[in-house]
Design a protein around this ligand. Structure first.
Ligand SMILES: Nc1ncnc2c1ncn2[C@@H]1O[C@H](COP(=O)(O)OP(=O)(O)OP(=O)(O)O)[C@@H](O)[C@H]1O
Ligand SMILES: [Mg+2]
Length: 252
């Protein structure tokens, strides 16, 4: 990868084919296929242990797939020749635990990777950071330390940090499930705005209201495979598979 052409609308943002992942004898992903088009929001649901996090982690190669292929904007990220850092820089990742640096201010949390990974100068990094703090409604917290923020604010900082790398797509792994209920809404509002701004998003979540309203597609995973997928409204109200029905009857 040398120059960075604008992503073509015809090339999937994410294309996963025949993805398998084992940890020792434990086969966690048993042949996952999925495609996310540019600008699409895909929500992933499924029981604990079904492989949702492993799937997301394989998409930016935080986990090494056992077999299969993962293409990001047409680039085979399992190709040993590619510059993985360059590919990863296009993918923002937000985890359940916010993973902010506790010893750095909010501003420094947002500028450090911009400076080290993207080589931006201080003034530019600060400008980008401030812009993204504004997007998540936290301009007043630039000098605060993570420990002095609520969980919801920390998660919004984590989103602003990911956005400060100007990713083409964002992966979210249960971004609100560690939050007190009254803090969930602000984080979902930020994610909704992001979706409406055209960001490509893959979101593991059990916030079914969000998925129904914002998601273009819903994927139900169980036992390391995609059991069914479709419009969130349809999957939620009229699941085709017994396993989906059984899962939804427990969570809805
Ligand atoms: N690094 C690892 N080493 C060994 N086993 C792992 C590892 N990571 C995940 N697993 C196992 O893989 C399976 C799938 O885990 P994964 O975290 O992908 O599930 P999940 O669908 O995200 O579940 P949850 O809803 O609880 O987050 C589980 O059995 C888990 O114990
Ligand atoms: Mg998980």
């Amino acid at each position: 990868m040398s120059a960075e052409p604008a992503p073509s609308p015809d090339v999937p943002a994410i294309e996963v084919v025949g993805l398998h992942k084992s940890f020792g004898d434990l086969e966690v992903l048993k042949g996952v296929d999925l495609t996310v088009a540019p600008g699409q929001v895909v929500c992933v649901i499924g029981p604990s242990g079904s492989g949702k996090s492993t799937l997301l982690r394989c998409v930016n190669r935080l986990e090494e797939p056992t077999s299969g292929s993962v293409r990001i904007e047409g680039i085979d990220i399992l190709d040993p020749e590619i510059d993985l850092d360059r590919v990863r820089a296009r993918i923002g990742m937000v985890f359940q635990q916010f993973n902010l640096f506790p010893h750095l201010s909010v501003l420094r949390n947002l500028t450090i990777a911009q400076r080290r990974v993207l080589g931006r100068g201080r003034a530019e990094a600060v400008e980008v950071a401030r812009h993204n703090l504004e997007r998540v409604g936290l301009t007043d917290k630039v000098d605060a330390y993570p420990a002095h923020l609520s969980g919801g604010q920390q998660q919004r900082v984590a989103i602003a940090r990911a956005l400060s790398m100007n990713p083409d797509l964002m992966l979210f792994d249960e971004p609100t499930s560690a939050l007190d209920p009254e803090l969930v809404g602000d984080v979902l509002d930020v994610m909704r705005d992001l979706a409406h701004s055209g960001m490509t998003m893959m979101v593991v979540t059990h916030e079914m209201g969000f998925a129904r309203e914002v998601g273009d597609e819903m994927i139900f995973m169980d036992g390391g495979v995609v059991v069914e997928s479709g419009r969130p409204r349809e999957v939620l109200s009229d699941p085709r598979h017994a396993r989906t029905r059984a899962f939804l009857s427990k969570v809805l």
